[in-house]
Design a protein around this ligand. Sequence first.
Ligand code: ADP
Length: 182
Amino acid sequence: MTQHAPLVGVYPGTFDPITHGHTDIIHRATKVVDRMVVGVAENAGKSPLFSVQERVELVRREMESLDTNGADVEVHAFDNLLIHFVQEVGARVILRGLRAVSDFEYEFQMACMNTRMDPSVETVFLTASERQQFLSARFVKEIAALDGDISSFVSPNVAQAVLDRFQATTARESFAGRTARD
Ligand code: ADP
């Protein structure tokens, strides 16, 4: 039987903060890859609620209790081009979660651009679970900013971190978006 090199995957995202949608993808993706690197993008341009180091810590904390199917999972921040980060960690696969049609166009473009830059790297999509189909980190922040209950979308640790952040700062205003209020 042919021995294959361990398959390393990168799951990139902003994770501001990590939700049950993200952990579901990580749990399912680790059935396929041998080693998974969760890449937390700095994304300063998106004005995240949490610093990149805080987001890394929140993701690491989730990994302590997540069933990762025996695969090694590492969590690292990155602020360079995704394809360069993928090459640096020696991965051959980029993993992405795909929610309803709204994700499709952007994801499709990104996958094509990344293939152009490095044809040896494949992008693999996992469809969002039925229960997490409409869950996004942005909605979690908008709901929390308006004092809504986010306990079914994120872990208790993440919910507490979001609550603390909104109590400690004026960030609440910028996340109390119209979508959740209307
Ligand atoms: P968000 O869009 O929630 O801000 P990220 O930018 O951190 O999330 O996304 C990282 C990856 O996780 C993307 O591929 C995104 O499509 C995927 N993802 C986010 N939320 C979900 C979910 N509820 N179910 C499946 N995949 C998801």
